[in-house]
Write a protein that binds this ligand. Structure first.
Ligand SMILES: [Zn+2]
Length: 355
């Protein structure tokens, strides 16, 4: 992110601080000085702000480290005055994984809040909420309140909050991914409108309106992202389960006859129960057309194979397949060939899903 500076690297993830964070610290200091506080109080206020962002940072690590358990790397974490952003490499492919990754952030704040509550009770330093102010009151208790606020705010069922992802993941357990995203994003936009209206009419709170705007933009971004990046479709939806298998020692003429049923599909070449190559249909047709019908499959097949899992996302397979230059991926499950995924068919599916 522009205007961000690296402040450290923990658990293998770089953490950046947005420079507007400096403005926030200035604002906090100014609030204290305007309230007539001395230097000690002002420094304490700045410490509180830093601790608050420590909680936000741990929240983001909750997401990042849970995602890592599912094999998803995090590019970096950026702390902004409005909160943190962990840039995950991709969205988890299983809805329940997305659910756990989304919940892990707020769960960190639950743990922090519980620990602070325990501390406040043990040390009998609890004071009534009414005596707390933004810039005054018991530091541990203010952090406790802030963590409660983080939990509630992040679990609002709207993008870009974690609650939006929780909602989408729950919907995606039953619906196709793009559909689940659409519903979750619409719910978020409806809530954003409510916030803006409440801010305008009843509560005339610029804070609510600001949240409304953030939520609205978040919902739009998520919709856009998902359309651009994720069909949510799995390989087994697009694969062709019917195919003809040929042997390396067959002649091209024999192969052409055997392949009549699905004449435009590439042919997996199998030797001793193992796929050892792929005979591209255009290569077969061209060789036979120039009179090479007596030549053997093994002279013409490609040994560069692309194997994919039936539960892989089409979005993930496309760049992989394109990079290998192969026209067809083999769909393999537990060592068994389940079907073929031609690159052209993959592109068609993705284009249809993104429409
Ligand atoms: Zn979060």
């Amino acid at each position: 992110m522009k205007w961000s500076y690296r402040i450290g690297r923990w658990w293998g993830i770089d953490v950046y601080l947005h420079s507007s964070f400096g403005l926030l610290l200035l604002w906090v200091a100014w609030q204290h000085l305007a309230a007539g506080d001395g230097l000690g109080q002002t420094l304490l206020g700045l410490l509180f702000t830093l601790l608050l962002f420590g909680c936000v940072l741990l929240h983001e690590y909750g997401h990042a480290l849970t995602a890592r358990r599912f094999g998803i790397a995090t590019a970096d974490i950026t702390l902004l005055p409005v909160g943190g952003v962990a840039r995950l490499e991709r969205i988890p492919r299983e809805p329940w994984q997305e659910l756990l990754v989304a919940l892990a952030g707020p769960a960190v704040n639950v743990v922090i809040a519980a620990a602070l509550l325990g501390w406040l009770v043990l040390t009998a330093t609890w004071q009534p909420f009414g005596e707390l102010g933004v810039v005054s009151g018991n530091l541990a208790e203010r952090l406790f309140v802030v963590n409660l606020a983080l939990i509630v705010f992040n679990l609002l069922p709207a993008f870009p909050m974690d609650g939006g992802r929780v909602l989408r993941a729950l919907l995606a357990l039953r619906l196709e991914y793009p559909r689940a995203t659409l519903i979750a994003a619409r719910a978020g936009q409806a809530m954003a409108l409510l916030f803006v209206l409440a801010g305008l009419l009843g509560l005339s709170s610029p804070f609510l309106m600001a949240i409304g705007v953030v939520v609205w933009i978040g919902a739009r971004t998520e919709l856009h992202d998902v359309r651009r990046r994720t069909s949510g479709l799995l390989v087994h939806r697009a694969m062709l389960p019917e195919f003809t298998v040929v042997r390396p020692g067959m002649t091209l003429q024999e192969t052409l006859l055997a392949a009549q049923q699905w004449p435009d599909r590439d042919l997996p070449v199998v030797h001793e129960g193992r796929v050892v190559g792929l005979l591209a249909h255009p290569a077969l047709a061209a060789a036979v057309a120039r009179g090479g019908g007596a030549e053997l499959v093994q002279e013409h097949c490609s040994e560069r194979l692309v194997a994919v899992h039936p539960a892989d996302l089409l979005d993930d397979v496309q760049p992989y397949l394109a990079a290998t230059g192969s026209a067809t991926a083999l769909v393999v499950y537990q060592g068994r060939l389940l079907g073929l995924l031609p690159a052209a068919r993959l592109r068609e599916f993705l284009a249809a899903a993104r429409r």
